[in-house]
Write a protein that binds this ligand. Structure first.
Ligand code: HEC
Ligand code: HEC
Length: 307
């Protein structure tokens, strides 16, 4: 509705209203919504942009090739830029949606972990379509990546085909659960693995302690439940917001792979409020998380005899 014909006071009131009640996802242009999801909350680049010692490799945004070694073997993140020969430029929209929500490649092969397909199954049609629209808009990067080498058998599928997922409820706690689950997969990283590597044990959800080994050394995800001693029970809202934005309570920066560089200062107020409210609603679980270990110093180079 054009506001220029309205009285200035009414126009101002409408603007205030618009600010007070941020648009629900569907109202945003899909590419913008997709950019926000991919580059901020979902942090797809945390896996899909290859990293060097100084962070993201220049010119390789979302171009894949980084390796992730865990109990399942070595996964190589795919090139998800629209390059036609080495990325997903030649894929149809429905094929990209299927890869994200069902973990099936263009050929129909099951994609392997650690991409959180079980959570991405619950991405709403609006959001997954927005993600695809944004991926189509990024700069194509020619980068052929190696094949993942899984040492565990992959399931024939991650579940039945996903036909249609409605927009998430707007009630703050349910919306927060959607953000902390399907969108940002906080729960995936912040829940310790149960038997067989599964992370769906309700008695351990968000209790932290998942181990991450990489160039950063060894880190363990934090306990995000409301336990007063081992979780966030004593944290103020401001401290939780700062924590999501990358600051530990002692003021030092959080270590990888917590995707705070994606979040810092960029999460919409409404989403931050929902995330914090949701975390504050979690039942307390006592779980002491081991301290992080710094990276091992490089092996001293041995001198060859005779030199
Ligand atoms: C935790 C790491 C991780 C995250 C987070 C992640 N991915 Fe992936 N993704 C992978 C890996 C690894 C593969 C390759 C799996 C394989 O080789 O079987 C992959 C494969 C894909 C594929 C299939 C491409 C192909 O060529 O087969 C698409 C599309 C994709 N990811 C999109 C996304 C999007 C969009 C997001 C964010 C919403 C995302 N991924 C988040 C790790 C991740
Ligand atoms: C890729 C895995 C990963 C994802 C995704 C992730 N985190 Fe984390 N998070 C970590 C790790 C690892 C740490 C511990 C970092 C450290 O040791 O400095 C951490 C630390 C934190 C802390 C700091 C707690 C403290 O004690 O200092 C908060 C708060 C937090 N995460 C909240 C979240 C929220 C909310 C989300 C989702 C929006 C999220 N995290 C997504 C891995 C992850």
């Amino acid at each position: 509705m054009p506001t220029r014909n309205l009285g200035p006071a009414l126009a101002a009131a409408l603007v205030t209203l618009a600010l007070a009640a941020p648009a629900a996802p569907a109202a945003e242009p899909p590419v913008e919504r997709g950019r926000y999801l991919v580059e901020v909350l979902a942090a797809c680049g945390n896996c899909h942009t290859p990293k060097g010692p100084a962070g993201d490799l220049p010119g390789k945004h979302l171009a894949g090739g980084g390796s992730i070694t865990e109990e399942f073997g070595t996964a190589i993140a795919s090139n998800i830029t629209p390059d036609r020969t080495t990325g997903i430029g030649g894929w149809r929209d429905a094929e990209i949606v299927r890869a994200i929500r069902e973990g099936k490649s263009k050929s129909g092969r099951t994609l392997g972990p650690p991409m959180p397909f079980e959570l991405y199954r619950q991405l709403s049609d609006t959001d997954v379509t927005a993600i695809v629209a944004y991926l189509r808009s990024v700069k194509p990067v020619r980068n052929r990546v190696a094949k993942s080498r899984y040492t565990m058998p992959l399931p024939p599928s991650w579940g039945p085909p996903v036909t249609s997922v409605p927009d998430p409820p707007q009630e703050i706690l349910q919306y927060g659960a959607y953000l902390a689950g399907p969108i940002a997969h906080c729960v995936e990283c912040h829940t310790p693995p149960g038997p067989g590597g599964r992370r769906d044990d309700a008695r351990r959800l968000f209790a932290g302690g998942r181990k991450f080994t990489g160039p950063w050394g060894v880190t363990y995800s934090a306990n995000l439940t409301t336990d007063r001693e081992t979780g966030l029970g004593e944290w103020t809202t401001d401290q939780i917001v700062a924590g999501i934005n990358g600051l530990r309570r002692d003021g030092s920066p959080e270590r990888a792979p917590m995707p705070w560089p994606y979040y810092a200062g960029r999460i919409a107020d409404r989403d931050m409020r929902a995330l914090v409210a949701y975390l504050k609603s979690l039942p307390p679980i006592r779980s002491v998380v081991p301290p992080a270990e710094p990276p091992k110093p490089p092996e001293p180079t041995r001198r060859r005899p005779g030199r």
